[in-house]
Design a protein around this ligand. Structure first.
Ligand SMILES: [Zn+2]
Length: 228
């Protein structure tokens, strides 16, 4: 396994392979546009998740970005550290005899990678990509809700004051060093732990009755029934 990983193509190589290719209405890969087909890479200058479109704006702060973007070497931006959140997702996994070649990879964010099908008929993979694109807003809402629920559950368990959840998000970069990795990515509850770590301690006595009620209703939003 480890050995195969060393031989996986770079993000740049993967992106270069897929530029100008389309997913047809029948979920086949084609080289020319036909009605209903969608480009795999919508904008080579803006590396985003090929399914949900998640994009890391920090790439604009990389000093090499402006230097490269309008040149022949512009595809080098796909190897920037700011693009590492895009995972190399096998279209066909090794277990299904998928190879470590650019044509067998899509670049997806962690969430889309985890949810994408690992199935012998690759049309299901492309159908998933097209579905996520069409429903990006709903899917992002659903993921945010799942993440918030994980944070709230963890916060409740750890006796944290849920009214300070924003502070937890602010502190997240500090908590990253304390996170282990599950395979190649942070799990849902790892992220939740990172956020909760930075929140204030719960001290019910210091809360006003108003705060206390507000906190209770926050928990109820995620079906967590509190009994302080
Ligand atoms: Zn995504």
């Amino acid at each position: 396994m480890g050995n195969n990983k060393n031989h996986s193509p770079s993000r740049k190589q993967i992106a270069e392979y897929w530029i100008g290719k389309y997913i047809s209405k029948e979920f086949k890969i084609i080289d020319f546009y036909e009605e209903g087909a969608e480009l795999v890479i919508t904008d080579p200058g803006e590396p985003e998740c090929w399914a949900c479109g998640m994009f890391n704006h920090k790439i604009y702060d990389n000093p090499k970005y402006d230097r490269l973007i309008n040149t022949k070497s512009c595809m080098r931006i796909w190897n920037f550290p700011e693009v590492r959140y895009l995972q190399k997702a096998h279209i066909k996994s090794r277990m299904l005899d998928g190879e470590n070649i650019p044509s067998n990879y899509f670049l997806l964010c962690k969430e889309c990678h985890q949810e994408s099908p690992d199935f012998v008929d690759d049309r299901y993979f492309y159908a998933y990509i097209c579905y996520v694109r069409k429903n990006a807003y709903e899917i992002s809402e659903r993921r945010t809700r799942r993440m918030m629920r994980a944070i709230y559950e963890t916060a409740y368990q750890m006796n944290k004051n849920i009214l300070t959840v924003d502070k937890g998000f602010e502190q997240l970069p500090l908590a990253v060093e304390k996170m282990g990795l599950h395979i190649t990515s942070f799990s849902l509850y790892t992220c939740a732990a990172g956020v909760v770590e930075g929140m204030d301690e719960l001290n019910l006595k210091q809360l006003s009755k108003e705060d206390y009620e507000k906190m209770k209703s926050e928990f109820y939003k995620y079906n967590i029934y509190v009994d302080f």
